[in-house]
Design a protein around this ligand. Sequence first.
Ligand code: IPE
Ligand code: IPE
Ligand code: MG
Length: 246
Amino acid sequence: MSTKDLLNQDKMPKHIAIIMDGNGRWAKQQGKLRTFGHASGVTAVKDVTEGAAELGVEVLTLYAFSTENWNRPKFEIDALMSLLVQTISKETETLMKNNIRLATIGDTNSLPSGVKEKLEKAIAKTAGNSRMTLVLALSYSSRWEITKAVREIANEVKEGKIDVDAINENTISSHLTTSEWPDPELMIRTSGETRISNYLLWQLAYAELYFTTKLWPDFRKEDLYEAIYNYQNRERRFGMISEQVK
Ligand code: IPE
Ligand code: IPE
Ligand code: MG
């Protein structure tokens, strides 16, 4: 039996965010280059994307490259960028077939022009797909995103478009790069690290966090089901007491 059969369709998270971590260690364990781990991680991306769509998840956000990852050795950055180009070119047809829309969050202007072009093409091509949105966080960090939002809001105040006293949580949410999607209910991080690494700090305010020691290239649909099963068996109290949410 698969854990999938134990899942409650009425309690399915609408938005799942994942920190795909452990590619380098996975490769090292096999005496291979870190970049081999990244290439192998693509299989996990495909399997988990398909699995999430089959479950009826509306948004899947994957942390693919952080602002801080620009500090890695150039060789590794270059390999990640070309892997990105290759994968997008190869997989756009699968996205079309599975009715999945591609989107990105992050400072995509900082990406090499070849990557940016391929991304824009795939985003435009899949724009009408409606089954699930696959969001790639690329050159993304939460502090970058919040700083950008604050700058935009400050400008709108300066231009008289909004009143300082009218600024509320919605003002902030609507200036984040994730404004069109609900906040993730579940955040999964692989590889055993138990930190957020500058990911969706505002949006994860009330998310359930799930950490697994599995390294990303080994993560599959079945592991996604387990994470969701774990999530569905938690009591989400949102500050209230147990009796109130039962
Ligand atoms: C995650 O795997 C992929 C990216 C950050 C691009 P890592 O490359 O961080 O792998 P580890 O954590 O070093 O094993
Ligand atoms: C977070 O993983 C970024 C991505 C998965 C893209 P890292 O491996 O870069 O994070 P740290 O360095 O462990 O915090
Ligand atoms: Mg890592």
